[in-house]
Design a protein around this ligand. Structure first.
Ligand code: HEM
Length: 471
């Protein structure tokens, strides 16, 4: 009986400490979430974390306590402090261990600043804008954009095409060309590669990932006898073999890793390659899918027309010199961020102050792109509307670009940003220079956003469009 009293007293003290004594107690938010992480976990496991946090920001303002030791922010000043201060911002949390491959770290899953910086330095030149704009890279992407359009238009004009899958094929063919040409995937032409893309882009691993994060030991223990399917098993086996090969094109990331004076071991190289393959698949594939669907809606007819005009009147213009194309892509990334979720970091030793809130060390802090792209209606008026024109206005340009967190920012921001933008722009140019697209009448799948642990995709995982040749 005494034991029960002690447990109850202990629990009461924990609640009192979290609600009253903690330096985070001043931060607004629901009291129940400040008391126990179970509330946040409930929204995570029911794939509503992003929407719940957004609703909290709308209710409580730009700083919200979402768990006893976790705060969400929704301002550029906070994003700058968390992701840019001292170059690469605060260190990552254990959440990122979910992204180890072959039980080996990759750059993305490296938690601390120094080893991350060392890893990033090895390959940064392969992703710089200058490198991405070289003929070897551009021609590889161009070839795959042409293949995508050919694939979508090979059937008679009236037939609907599922661009969801072909856009994922395009994304993986492009990224694996950049990573380990000539052994990249050719899923737009090869049926067995297409199967691999289907496996990867239809798999749902949200619950397994959260189980692994919160109940790591139990997850490991049950792995031996559960029927859990590892999403990337086949591609992982292929990549570790490729990592050992020596006949690799010089323009690739693998060549850079293999010829580095202080070469990594094969598992580390493969872990890096697999991470980039998956990072480049879901993000670019899903981002383009949402964007092409949006452009194909009747409400976007004028936008599609304006885009076509720019493309057909400037056929010899470098891809980056087309302002409307750029605006369409940015607005797509704003409205349908492929990574709309919080990017968690932990407050460094000694604690930090953000706004006027002191955050003790180890507090988990983050911003989520979904909220930053909508919350300030002075910067983004009518935030739920798809309006590429907003990116052409000079007034407010700095604020808009600051709040666009689709690729994150700072030294741990997306290394693939320039490649992704090139892929997106080339595919849109190739498509809309010659074709008009519309949503097929038989399209019944939902295009609402389905959150995975960090990325998002359309719920229905199907997007039926019709392509009409412009004469
Ligand atoms: C539209 C497409 C893309 C979007 C929206 C996107 C978004 C992001 C975001 C938000 C982050 C930071 C994540 C975090 O801090 O937790 C990130 C990191 C990263 N992205 Fe992308 N990404 C895209 C395409 C690509 C591509 C094509 C690659 C291929 C290499 C790639 C590779 C990576 C890697 C390796 C990191 C980790 C960087 C580091 O730890 O230093 N991404 N990306």
């Amino acid at each position: 009986m005494y034991a029960l009293y002690f447990v109850c007293l202990g629990l009461l003290y924990v609640v009192y400490e979290r609600l009253v004594l903690s330096s985070l107690s001043k931060v607004p938010g629901p009291a129940i979430a400040a008391t126990t992480r179970l509330v946040l976990m409930y929204y995570e496991f029911t794939r509503r974390r992003r929407r719940w946090i957004h609703a909290l920001h709308k209710k409580y303002g730009p700083i919200v306590r979402i768990a006893p030791d976790e705060i969400s922010f929704a301002t550029w000043d906070a994003a700058k402090e968390i992701y840019v201060s001292e170059g690469s911002g605060y260190d990552k949390t254990l959440f990122y261990k979910l992204f180890d491959n072959y039980e080996t770290e990759c750059m993305f899953s490296t938690l601390d600043r120094a080893p991350h910086g060392e890893r990033r330095k090895r390959i940064a030149d392969r992703y710089s804008k200058t490198f991405i704009m070289q003929p070897d890279v551009i021609s590889g992407v161009q070839e795959r954009a042409e293949q995508f359009v050919a694939k979508c238009t090979e059937k008679p004009g009236s037939e609907a095409v599922d661009v969801y899958i072909y856009l994922h094929c395009y994304a993986i063919d492009c990224i694996t060309y950049h990573l380990f040409d000539p052994h990249g995937l050719n899923s737009l032409a090869d049926a067995s590669d297409l199967m691999k893309v289907k496996e990867l882009s239809h798999h749902d691993n949200l619950k397994d990932s959260y189980m692994q994060y919160y109940f790591t030991e139990l997850f490991r223990y049950t792995a031996s006898f559960s029927r859990r399917v590892d999403r990337s098993k086949r591609i992982a086996a292929q990549i570790i073999n490729i990592a050992r090969r020596s006949d690799i094109a010089e323009h690739t990331v693998l060549y850079r890793l293999q010829t580095h004076e202080d070469k990594l071991d094969t598992r580390s190289i493969a872990s890096e390659l697999l991470d980039h393959t998956l990072a480049g698949l879901d993000t670019t594939g899903d981002g383009l899918c949402f964007l092409m669907h949006q452009l194909s809606l009747p409400a976007s007819a004028a936008i599609q027309e304006k885009l076509r005009l720019e493309l057909t009147e400037n056929t010899s213009m470098p891809i980056d010199d087309l302002p409307y194309l750029d605006a369409v892509v940015k607005e797509g990334l704003r409205c349908f961020s492929p990574i709309p979720m919080s990017l968690p970091r932990k407050v460094p030793r000694g604690g930090r102050t953000i706004g006027d809130i002191f955050l003790p060390e180890e507090t988990i802090v983050s911003c989520q792109a979904y909220t930053l792209h909508r919350i300030d209606e002075k910067v983004f008026p009518n935030p739920d509307n798809f309006v590429p024109e907003r990116w052409l206005e000079s007034e407010g340009n700095i604020e808009r670009n600051q709040l666009l967190l689709a690729f994150s920012t700072g030294g741990r921001g997306c290394i693939g940003k320039h490649l992704a933008l090139l892929e997106m722009k080339m595919l849109l140019r190739e498509t809309y220079s010659s074709y008009r697209t519309s949503v097929a009448s038989e399209m019944a799948a939902s295009m609402d956003v389905d959150d995975q642990v960090i990325a998002s995709r359309p719920i229905g995982r199907t997007c039926l469009l019709k392509f009409e040749k412009i004469m």
